[in-house]
Structures are given as C-alpha cells and as structure tokens.
Design a protein around this ligand. Sequence first.
Ligand code: WT7
Length: 654
Amino acid sequence: MSENGSTQLFQPPVDFVKQATISGMGAYEALCAEARSDYTGYWARLAREHVTWKEPFTQVLDETNAPFFKWFADGKLNASYNCLDRNIEAGLGDKVAILSETDDGALRSVTYKQLLARVCQLANGLRARGIKKGDRVIIYMAMGIEGVVAMLACARIGAIHSVVFGGFSAQSVRDRINDAGAVAVLTTDEQCRGGKKLPLKPAVDEAIALGGCETVKTIVVFKRTGGECAMVPSRDVWWDDVVAGQPEQCDPEWVEAEHPLFLLYTSGSTGKPKGVQHSTAGYLLHAIVTTKWTFDLKPHDIFWCTADIGWITGHTYVTYGPLACGATQMVFEGVPTYPDAGRFWKMIETHKVSIFYTAPTAIRSLIKAADTTPAVAPTNYDLSSLRLLGTVGEPINPAAWLWYYNNVGGGHCPIVDTFWQTETGGHMITPLPGVTPMVPGSCTLPFPGIAATIVDETGTEVPPGKGGLFVVTKPWPSMIRTIWNDPERFKRSYYPDDFQGRYYLAGDGAVRDATTGYFTITGRIDDVLNVSGHRLGTMEVESALVSHPMVAEAAVVGRPDDLTGEAICAFVVLKGARPVGEAAAKTVKELQDHVAKAIGGIAKPKDIRFGENLPKTRSGKIMRRLLRALAKGETVAQDVSTLENPAILEQLRA
Ligand code: WT7
C-alpha cells in the first residue's frame, strides 16, 4: 500500500507494451540481472552503445578516491557533438529539433542543422572573446531556443555552464557568479511570463553592482523584447553582434569523460546553495538512456518537458536527453495558466505532443482551475496525440494522479512518476511505461542499474513496510561528482561518516511495499523544503529574513499545502515590539518582499507569525517540531516540559 492509502494497480496498456523499447517485466528483470552480475560491464556496454566517443574509454569505474568516483575516465567526447552533429550524420539534419512557443503564443522552430549552426556561431563568438575550456559561464535567460543554444555552445568549447533560473533574484545571481568564479554571463533583456515582462539583464547589472563579481569580463545579451537595458561598453555585448559573421562550423573541444559539463546550484540543509558538479560522459549517458527507456522515446514522438532550463529537469529532459536522442521537442517560455489554464492542453492539441512531462504542482493547479472554469478542463481539447505522461519534482497525491490519468491521458497513457534529484542527474526510481504496473503515488522500482534501498540511522536495511532513509548502494555514472569549491561539504552531505562511505544519502525518507517492493517517497528528512517542486533550504530563508534590519531572529518550517505541496511558514521575532493588526500585515508584506529580493519570488513565506520569542529548550535550541505542529494548526500536545518559555506557544498559535 502506498503512503497515501492507494493500492490499486494500473497495468501498462497492452498496445503500449507491444511497441515499448523495454517491453515486459522479463526485459526489465534481465537488465537488472545483467547489472547485478556485472555492474561495471553493464554500464560500459550502455556507454559504448548510446554515447559517441572521440576516444573510447578503457577504464569504467574508478573508486580509488571514493566517494569522488570517476567513470569512463580515459575516454574523450563532446556533449554538443552527441546532441547535434551525430544526429545530422545519422540523417536527421532536417528534422525539427525544437518547436518553441513564447509566452504570447509566437511559434518558432529549428532543425538539427539550424541548431548546430547557431550553437557553432555562438561557440565561435565566445571563443573569440577568450572563453575557453574549464571557464565558468552563467546562463540567466528566458526559456526558449537561445537558452538551449547557450548551454550547447558552452559544451561545445568545454566551458562549464551554470544556469540560474530566471525567477531568482539579483542577489542569488551574484552569489552564483561569485561562487563559480564565472568569466561571462549570458542573459536576455527581459523574459515574458504570464503576460508580464520580467527584466533579466538589469538584474545581472544589479548583481554585479553588489560586488564580488570581478571575474566577469563579458555579458552577452539576447534581445527578446527590446526592453530598456543599459550596456557597459567593452563588457556588455549584444548576442547578435557576438554571432554576426561567425562561421556555422566550430570544432568541438574534445574533453575527458570527467570534465565538468555543468554546475547547477541547489539548496541544502545548511547555509548557502551548493554548486552540484556533473561530469560530461556519465551524465550524458544517463540522460540518454533514461530518455529512451523511461519515456520510451521513438523517432516520431513530439516530446514536451515543461521544466525551465534553470532546473535539473530542464538540463536532462530539455537540453541533453531529448537532443542526444534526436527527438523533436517543445520548449515553452510561459506559464500553464496564461492566457488561461487551458494553455498546456491547447499546446498539446496544436503541436500533437505525444509525451508530456510536468510537475504535480502544475497538475494540482490545473485541476483547481478546471473545477472552477470547466471550459479550461483538458476534456475540452483533443489530446489523442498523447501516449505517455510523466511527473517529477515531488510526491504526487493519488487524487491528482487519477485525474491526470483519466482526464489528460484518457485512461490509456501510462504515467511515469520519476523520483530523482539535481544530484542524481537523471531518473533513479521510476516505472518503465511498457513494464511496470503503476500504483498512484508510488515511483515504483529502480531504473535498471540503479542499486537503491532503505536503511535506518545505523545503516541497516529496514524490512518492507518500515520507513527509513533512501540510499543508493553503488556509485552510478550520472551521480554528482562534488560540490564546487567545497569537497568536504560533498562528503558530509552525501557520504556521511555514519555509513562509512557505503551509501549515497539522498536526504529523502522512503518506504517499500511488502508485496510489490515498490518505493514510495515520504519526503525530505533534512531541512530542505519542496514548494511547488522547487527546492529551498529553511536556513536559506531564515538568513534572508534575519538580513532585514527589523528582524532579530527567525525560524522557518514547512507545512502541507494542497496546491504547492509544502508552504513556507516563518516564525519571526522583531527587534522592536511584536506588531499586531494592520502593523503586522504591513510587516508581513515587507518581509515577504525582502525574501523575494534576497532569493526570488519562489522563496516568499506564505505565513509569517510574530512572537516575542521562539520556543526553545533550556539549552537554547529552537524546537522546530513544535513550530511544525503550530504551522499545521495542530494542538501542541507533545511534551513541552523541556521548553524554556511555554507561554510563547500561545502567541505563535495566532
Ligand atoms: C527532491 C529533489 C528531480 C528533478 C526535480 C527536483 C523530491 C523529486 C520526486 C518524486 C517524490 C520527489 C525529493 C528529492 N522529488 N521527484 N517523483 N516523488 N519526491 O529536483 O530540486 O533536486 O529536488 O525532490 O524530495 O530529493 P531537486
């Protein structure tokens, strides 16, 4: 039984199974058995079959410096070559690579040949400005063809990209530039979302003005809207001028398998966001194999992953996976609710999307919209092109799963509920659509070759039905290599001493079903929140709050929310008097805006409560378990005898 009480099994449709690349449980088990009996041989076989190498590897897994594992270390390749040139060589040059729709509905598309030409021109332009292998480049751009071009141009010349989601604030951009030591920023004048124009280049200017970004020598600006933007001569240059006159060919920089393809910053349980470092070969291999098997990708498919390239989902299942597989895919700039909440369904209908991958939070908001405005319900649209659905980012509640299955998939599309993380590079636990009977709310079984289990705090495996910590017992090719600038934090976070380096610790709780062996993820076990599928650290939000001059102390917890999965609830002690009534409302707004400025709109606390103090133990530790109960509106029946100041609970309950 899944955590949410659903036990119903949904068999993969017979017609789907017949045509699936991995077809039937026997095929899945054969792959798992191959990986079990010869783990490195299995991954080496896949790496030879699915990745195109400039120089073949002879080494597979190198564990000599564990947990800093290496895969295929003596091989050489280029990721952009794998995504572009090799498809063209295979005859796909005139196939549409990207179909793009902007916020306002404008359509554009590029073929593989055209995409290669544009990537090469930008790559040459970047090289001409001195950007070279190993340099870090920040990409802070609107979602569109150019964002993908920017990533692949970096990969072409061996530069390490670090994409920053356009919703993050100037301060966040500054921190990432600073930590990465970036030499260049690629940005857009403005991005459009939900009919609004949001300035990006001005935010980069603000980031630079904050200081600590002295490494940045070049800022390339793509003109999306023609919005006002100040250009600093010699540093700032228009994208069009960078690519003008550049040849449409560019020799790829052949890099070692372990050369970092990108850094992607994500939140941890302590302090500042960490720069997750991914390799070129291992990462690319998993991007390709999961795209082929989890999404059963076929040449005629129209693939659409709705994620922004600012997140790992956009890296693996917009840029690298689909393109390396020669797919035609949709790229969308806007939001699911503009001009109305039928936008996704309209786009699926118009572009005949066959594989659709989105987040539970989007599904829940579209369920709500369809309930209030029946005209935007998916059943009003012709969604017959769909053959497979996917979800990612947070647990999907069975009610949302069933709605998605019946109303979007028409009861005939398998749903792949894919569990993975920024750090894992690609899918870890997921159904294979032509194999796995589905249970709403369960991500089911490990991807073939992924060795996962559940242990208790001592590292002992727990019996089925008993919750514990989700761990991976063997290194896998697409795993995080290190945290940029902080290898110690890498070890501490993922290979803590408690487990003597035996397990990769994901930071999630999980439970396995006694009969099916299926995994259900029960949520984070650390101080990481998941708000609308976006990952945020409680400490990160707390430090944003205490950076406001009025705030003396703050504690942040998550509470369940029907729409966003989790909502941020902040308990704040001001330096002055505890505000009430209108003054409180005004301060709430001010603090919310302050957090948005420090991190980004996604980090705004939904609730802010004021107290003269926070509940603390006699030794001065904040009792978060009490705060979590208060945030949920539960009566705090727990033992409060260790509490230094019990009266404070009454104040914070309000
Ligand atoms: C955390 C990772 C994976 C790309 C997007 C998020 C949660 C992710 C699922 C799922 C239950 C999920 C976990 C994980 N999560 N997918 N299918 N079921 N939980 O990447 O920002 O690195 O967040 O998202 O808690 O640890 P991320």
